[in-house]
Design a protein around this ligand. Structure first.
Ligand code: COI
Length: 355
């Protein structure tokens, strides 16, 4: 951004596409990347001219601050293709706003929204063929910023690299999902970075999640760090509980991510008159509801995972299985959301963005 004006984007196209080597029917989430990526450097106190170039390795000094202090944030977005081959983003401005809120918390300069969108649209147009039609197929978009200044003094970097890479996607979880409620470890604390998509929030979950996996759970539902009495967020998703006909989810806070799928589900619940309560949810009430047979469903909501039903949970060494649900809320909201994302239903909320 020079003198407050958006910059032109330099584009170098890949000499050949890798697309023919990709098995789109058997995609593993996040393993394959499209032909191009977007990149923009922050130097001398401003964002320089953005570039789009062939996807490939980048070079960094070993002392780059991102390696030492984890000064890095990211987003997750998706693009969808409708039956007429039009490409749509879902609520991209909400992602960009959150990207910049995360940046501010990590002392990273904000990235200009209009350059972000213009660059992303250019990138998506170049890699359009990588977006496949059909419910469940999408292009997962991963924008991120890393601190690139060499030097190991513990202070904010003066230089950054903004990038967007894209990966064709189907499901995030390949099998059934069961979760365990956290009793010992914590994801986020008051006044911390839990609300931000800070890279370290995710890295710090790997060890406890590995322990949970050894017990047969795919994810942890994080509880509040001070008492472990309140259910907050699952590792890669916000979480909803259906008790009777009522849908419950925790309010956002400085510990909980302001999930875009989460707030879309809440808006759809209000539209379709599904009773929804956004309030603190206790471990005790959910365990008791499960014991009385009143806990009908749990599901996660996130960009990567979309809406993912949760089959059961563990707490204090006990396991609870949830009943198979006909007409589940999870599948209702997933369908409603996809109909909007794939341009099959009216977009009352103005969530779709044509590329
Ligand atoms: C997303 O849903 O986009 C996320 O950020 C989760 C990610 C860690 C896979």
């Amino acid at each position: 951004m020079k003198n407050g004006l958006p910059l032109a984007i330099d584009v170098v196209e890949a000499p050949a596409s890798k697309i023919d080597a990709v098995d789109f029917e058997n995609l593993v989430f996040g393993n394959v990347f499209t032909d191009h990526m977007m990149m923009c450097d922050y130097e001398d106190g401003e964002w320089q001219t953005p570039r789009i170039q062939p996807y490939g390795p980048i070079q960094l000094e070993p002392s780059a601050k991102v390696f030492h202090y984890g000064q890095a944030i990211f987003e997750g977005m998706k693009a969808f293709k409708d039956d007429e081959d039009q490409v749509w983003l879902f609520r991209p401005e909400a992602n960009i706003d959150r990207f910049n809120r995360s940046s501010v918390r990590l002392a990273i300069p904000e990235f200009p929204k209009e350059v972000f969108l213009e660059g992303l649209e250019t990138l998506l147009n170049l890699d359009r063929d990588w977006i496949k039609q059909g419910f469940g197929s999408s292009l997962y978009i991963r924008p991120f910023v890393i601190a690139t200044e060499p030097g190991v003094s513990a202070s904010p970097s003066k230089n950054y690299k903004f990038m967007i890479i894209c990966s064709p996607a189907k499901a995030y979880y390949s099998g059934e999902v069961r979760v365990v409620f956290a009793e010992q470890f914590s994801r986020a604390a008051n006044g911390g970075v839990g609300f931000a998509k800070a890279a370290g929030n995710y890295g710090a979950q790997f060890y406890p999640t590995n322990l949970a996996k050894q017990e047969g759970f795919q994810q942890i539902v994080w509880t509040d760090a001070s008492t472990h009495e309140y259910l907050e967020e699952a590792g890669t998703m916000n979480i909803f509980f259906r008790v009777g006909d009522k849908l419950l989810t925790a309010p956002i806070s400085d510990r909980i991510l302001d999930g875009i799928t989460r707030k879309s589900v809440i808006a759809l619940a209000e539209e379709f008159k599904v009773p929804v309560e956004v309030r603190r949810v206790t471990v005790k009430e959910i365990v008791e509801a499960a014991e009385k047979g009143e806990l009908k469903e749990m599901f996660g909501a996130g960009t990567a995972a979309t809406i993912n039903p949760i089959k059961g949970f563990g707490y204090q060494g006990k396991r609870y299985e949830l009943p198979e649900q006909e007409n589940s809320y999870a599948s209702f909201f997933k369908t409603k959301l996809m109909e909007i994302q794939y341009n099959k239903a009216e977009d009352k909320f103005g969530w779709r963005y044509l590329v």
